[in-house]
Design a protein around this ligand. Structure first.
Ligand code: ATP
Ligand code: MG
Length: 244
């Protein structure tokens, strides 16, 4: 019996609020179109794709959906991943035939309803692995077992692994780092995936400064206790004033 993986979910209120906005989007896609597999990629490296994707998976799982997170970044050494393993029961182990049966590569995590597939150590030929027919078989099998499948890939600006996997998913989105990812990078990434425009559902702006986030979302703190009480009081005063 494998141990449960520790995921360390983010417990920051503002970040959770931002992630919940993605959850609403994915939920809508599921209800409207029956979509369940979503691929996250970036326009440039280090934009926060993995962070956003894993936190979205956690939020979906916490909402009660049976969710699996699939790390499809086969280009990074395991030491750069948040989850370490010395096992071969990984995505690359499965595709390369070292492990038989997709069931054995699925790990339980300490988040209820969230399972996790580890990519495995960096490999020399990720494109050949990811384009293997077993990847498609895996996606079909996961589709039968889970409500949501979250796929994490390296940025399109770095390699075209995402392009290889998009045919297997229902929808994809970009994560970009505010004040860092260049407009040109995003345009190039959109062009690189232009063949799959019908599956494109949006761009997630990551790492905004708090003032930028507040600026984008009007009444950002409306439900915070202090703010709500203050606004109610103001409304009462206004109402009282109007009566006179
Ligand atoms: N919203 C955020 N606030 C603070 N730190 C963040 C945020 N998003 C990501 N980071 C940090 O930025 C670094 C890169 O994040 P992450 O690994 O998620 O990016 P990535 O786009 O997946 O990178 P890669 O291109 O290597 O796959 C990590 O150290 C992560 O903790
Ligand atoms: Mg990543």
């Amino acid at each position: 019996m494998k141990e449960r993986l520790n995921i360390y979910p983010v417990r920051n209120g503002i970040l959770n609020d931002a992630i919940d906005r993605i959850v609403v989007k994915l939920h809508g896609q599921k209800k409207k179109y029956g979509a369940k597999s979503f691929l996250f990629t970036g326009a440039g490296a280090n934009g926060g794709t993995t962070t956003v994707a894993i936190n979205t998976a956690i939020a979906l799982a916490e909402a009660g959906w049976k969710t699996v997170f699939v790390d499809c970044d086969l280009r990074k050494d395991q030491q750069f991943k948040r989850i370490t393993t010395d096992e071969v029961t990984t995505l690359s182990g499965y595709i390369s035939g070292k492990v038989s049966g997709s069931g054995s590569i699925v790990n339980k995590t300490d988040v209820e309803n969230l399972d996790y597939i580890i990519a495995g150590d960096k490999c020399e030929n990720p494109v050949r692995l990811l384009s293997n027919y077993k990847m498609e078989t895996l996606m079909v099998e996961l589709g039968e077992k889970y409500d949501f499948i979250i796929i994490d890939t390296p940025s399109v600006g770095v390699c075209n692994d995402a392009e290889l996997l998009i045919p297997f998913v229902n929808a994809y989105m970009f994560v970009v780092r505010m004040n860092e990812t260049k407009r040109r990078q995003l345009v190039d990434a959109r062009i690189a995936l232009a063949d799959y425009e019908d599956k494109f559902i949006g761009i997630i702006a990551n790492r905004l400064e708090l003032f930028q986030y507040k600026g984008m979302i009007r009444d950002f703190d409306y439900f915070s206790n202090g703010s709500l009480a203050k606004k109610r009081k103001m409304a009462m005063i206004k109402k009282g004033g109007q009566k006179k």
